[in-house]
Design a protein around this ligand. Structure first.
Ligand SMILES: [Zn+2]
Length: 181
């Protein structure tokens, strides 16, 4: 079983910047496989390692029937064009709020074998790359909202059946800690 539980909003691991991957080994490939299988099990467009409690800079995506991953991504923006549309997060389940993002993005990084790769994304793929890279910096999409939209998001989060401010989930030791913190 490689589908893993997803950490929910309130879990400190989601607010902790992840470390760069330095060892492109079997453990990394297991992590990528777990991310892909969990993402697909949940029907998500993307999933970042911190959402599985692993503090490493890796995310997977499943956009327009293209499934992939990127390690140590660095984003750049070829223009100033923006998009505005519904965004959600598997760590904030059931809540979708219009979020402004850049329309075009280039993500440079590595595959699980350490080969350099580049993802040129537009629209949903660009949104996904920005959302997932934010996760690696401890940033959530609600942080990207303007004041009114954030107020609405927090209202919905507090009303969500999964939200428990008095008992945030415990962060367990990562099985991938060898090349993490
Ligand atoms: Zn997310």
């Amino acid at each position: 079983m490689t589908v893993q539980p997803i950490r929910l909003f309130g879990d400190p691991v989601l607010r902790t910047p992840a470390d760069p991957v330095v060892d492109f080994d079997k453990e990394l490939r297991t992590l990528v496989r777990d991310l892909v299988e969990t993402m697909q099990d949940e029907g998500g467009a993307g999933l970042a390692a911190p959402q599985l409690g692993v503090g490493l800079r890796v995310f997977t995506f499943d956009v327009d029937d293209v499934v992939g991953h990127i390690v140590n991504p660095v984003l750049s923006f070829p223009d100033d064009e923006e998009q505005d549309g519904a965004e959600g997060c598997l760590s904030i389940p059931g809540i979708y709020i219009d979020t402004k993002r850049r329309q075009n993005v280039v993500a440079a990084g590595f595959n699980e074998h350490g080969d350099p790769i580049q993802i040129v994304g537009t629209g949903l793929m660009a949104r996904c790359a920005q959302h997932e890279t934010d996760h690696l910096d401890g940033v959530l999409f609600v942080d990207r909202l303007d004041a009114d939209r954030r107020k609405q998001a927090m209202k919905e989060i507090r009303a969500a059946e999964w939200y428990n401010p008095d008992a945030p989930p415990v962060v367990k030791a990562s099985p991938h800690g060898l090349f993490g913190r």
